[in-house]
Design a protein around this ligand. Structure first.
Ligand code: MN
Length: 234
């Protein structure tokens, strides 16, 4: 018997894949906290890898937006900020995988923007509250087309982003504190990673505010580029 619903269920969230007609169905959205030293310092929380482990937050897959979109300036903030990041797409399931085995889980990579209500994130951080209001923002997980690179580990590549043509963030993937195999191994200690899970690997220094009317453009060497237009507040 066909299942019927009271109303139309939400669509499967998906992304285009370079060179393929099939789209990549998205499962979960994971985000790595501080993963570049210079960004950790600008946020007032330096990282000592010898005694710390990565930390994560998640956003609902419904926050996913494709590169090229125009998104409204979100409600409840005076400080909406850009965070340009490498996005890892998981293509093979894995649980408690070793760093040596971790590349097996890689499907490919994309450019991503982890858009953030910074004022609300910082209030939450200071008060020890969950980050959801700051991070799980509607239309805040922006991703480019996925570039298939099965089982490949990206260890270097220039990352750069600009707002209205002025460079704001400029770094290199070689500066990731926890690299791709380390992130996969660590995250798989807590989650059964699944095909379609996306991992935003953290942003370098230079995060900052955007305004209605801004055009955000970013690129990662060897991966591709991403564009986002910020519209008026609703
Ligand atoms: Mn981020």
């Amino acid at each position: 018997m066909t299942t019927t619903y009271l109303w139309t269920p939400p669509p499967v969230r998906s992304l285009p894949v370079r060179g393929r007609s099939e789209r990549l169905p998205v499962n979960r959205l994971f985000f790595v906290g501080r993963n570049y030293h210079a960004h950790a310092v600008e946020m007032g929380r330096p990282v000592d890898k010898s005694v710390e482990v990565p930390f994560y937050f998640t956003k609902a897959p419904s926050t996913l937006v494709e590169s090229g979109a125009t998104v409204a300036y979100p409600p409840g903030t005076q400080d909406y900020q850009h965070e340009m990041e490498l996005v890892l797409a998981i293509g093979t399931a894995g649980f408690r995988v070793s760093e040596a085995d971790a590349p097996r889980l890689v499907y490919g990579y994309a450019c991503g923007l982890d858009m953030t209500r910074r004022d609300l994130q910082l209030v939450a951080r200071e008060k020890g509250r969950p980050w959801d209001l700051g991070k799980d923002v509607e239309q805040s997980s922006v991703v480019s087309e996925i570039v298939p690179m099965p089982q490949r580990v990206l260890r270097e590549g220039a990352l750069e982003m600009s707002v209205n043509g002025a460079v704001r963030q400029k770094s290199d993937l070689s500066k990731l504190i926890w690299d791709i195999p380390e992130l996969i191994a660590d995250l798989s200690r807590f989650y059964h990673l699944q095909p379609g899970d996306l991992v935003f690997t953290g942003t370098p220094e230079g995060v900052g505010p955007v305004q209605a009317g801004d055009r955000i453009e970013g690129r990662i060497e060897g991966v591709g580029s991403i564009v986002l237009h910020v519209g008026k507040a609703e």
